[in-house]
Design a protein around this ligand. Structure first.
Ligand code: PLP
Length: 393
């Protein structure tokens, strides 16, 4: 017997629920504020207890004011949630941290996942830390940095000839034959809760209030739906006054099934074949797309896209204005933030948070040919002066 992860009646996904009424009151806030400086400070609102033997201490990442990017976009109250500084440099460490604690509880011996790269990195690292075996599956052709950032921890890395959706189907089949912990398949009800902590932290870092608007990148749609749920739960336990944050979503144009459904005003998300440099967002059949769609619609948010050349411009703009080097997914987020500011969907005085979910050194290919050449000189003062003179003219 393994963990339950689908409803036996309707075959829909299972969701964790909490007794929010029982958690209301000042003790909860005191417990959180006295807790560890990781996402485990929100243990009361998580589905499994903290297990220090499998914990890489993810979360509690900086919420940075972004005045220079804000000035470029005409936003006076812009913040960046920099989740690129997690243990394996993406927000996936939150989800995997929770999934790992569940995997231990259920007694699994092998950790596995279907991943576009970042999840594989996080599973491989957590497995190494816990002294467990890992086998991670990715589509062939993802960035070299993402392969390296899995392989270094010693898992079996399986590159599958096919896109993410093919990898996911294969993993479902393997899961029927082998009793492995697939973090984002049979442990999904646990794993999926990690995204909520990105709402909890932002609200706490803003002095226990929710922003007016957020921008969240969408791959499977899990993260956006869970950030929305996180704000709702905080309101439910009385830690913020009400959850009225507009949930905006960002997809690359080359893989935008949720944005398309949003624009067409339909609930039906038609699968697409991904064609984008934002590999971490390249999920053509997003499992939780309908939750992301519903969250955007219910809150007055929008779901917009970034064209391929705009992704690189977004990476560049963020790096040059705020000193944060994000991966292609972050380029999508910044580009969509810009579009939302231009169209007035986000107003100049809206308290706005953009979620930066992964780091740039893993996706260096995205910048091929886009950066200025270095200045190479002989080791003499004269050569330096000449080069500076040439550069100035
Ligand atoms: C996985 C991932 C996302 C999107 O997450 P979903 O929950 O699948 O929508 C966004 N950004 C980065 C960097 C990711 O790795």
């Amino acid at each position: 017997m393994g963990p339950a992860y689908v409803c036996e009646i309707c075959l829909g996904p299972l969701e964790a629920v909490y007794d929010l009424e029982a958690l209301r009151g000042p003790e909860l806030r005191a417990r959180i504020e006295a807790g560890p400086r990781t996402f485990w400070r929100y243990a009361d609102l998580l589905p499994v207890a903290h297990d220090p033997t499998v914990d890489l201490a993810a979360g509690f990442t900086p919420l940075l004011p972004a005045p220079r990017l804000g000035e470029a976009l005409g936003l006076r109250r812009l913040y960046l949630k920099n989740d690129a500084v997690n243990p394996t440099w993406s927000f996936k460490d939150r989800s995997v941290g929770i999934g790992m604690a569940a995997a231990r509880r259920f007694g699994f011996e092998v950790l596995a996942c279907a991943s576009t790269g970042n999840l594989a990195n996080s599973v491989a690292a957590h497995a190494a830390h816990a002294g467990m075996r890992a086998c991670v599956f990715v589509p062939a052709g993802i960035e070299r940095g993402k392969i390296v950032a899995s392989a270094v921890y010693g898992p079996t890395v399986v590159e599958v000839d096919g896109d993410y959706d093919a990898v996911n189907r294969l993993c479902a089949q393997i899961g029927e034959e082998h009793n492995w912990a697939f973090l984002n398949v049979n442990l999904r009800p646990f794993y999926g809760e990690g995204g909520k902590t990105l709402a909890f932290e932002v609200a706490e870092q803003l002095g226990w209030r929710a922003p007016d608007a957020v921008v969240v990148p969408i791959a499977s749609g899990n993260l956006l739906g869970k950030i929305h749920r996180g704000f709702q739960e905080l309101a439910g336990v009385g830690l913020i006054s009400e959850a009225r944050t507009r949930m905006h979503g960002a997809q690359p144009k080359g893989c935008s099934p949720v944005a398309t459904a949003f624009q067409e005003g339909t609930d039906r998300i038609r699968p697409v074949r991904p064609a984008t440099i934002a590999h971490s967002l390249a999920i053509g059949a997003p499992a939780d797309g309908r939750y992301a769609l519903a969250a955007a619609r219910a809150t007055g948010g929008r779901i917009e896209t970034a064209a391929e050349e705009e992704i690189v411009e977004g990476i560049d703009l963020l790096a040059r204005t705020e000193g944060i080097f994000t991966e292609a997914a972050g380029g999508v987020t910044v580009t969509v933030l810009q579009a939302l500011a231009r169209s007035g969907a986000i107003g100049p005085d809206d308290l706005t948070v953009a979620y930066i979910t992964g780091m740039g050194l893993k996706t260096q290919e995205a910048l091929d040919g886009a950066l200025p050449a270095t200045v190479r000189i002989a080791p003499t003062l004269r050569a330096f002066e000449e080069a500076m003179l040439a550069a100035a003219t």
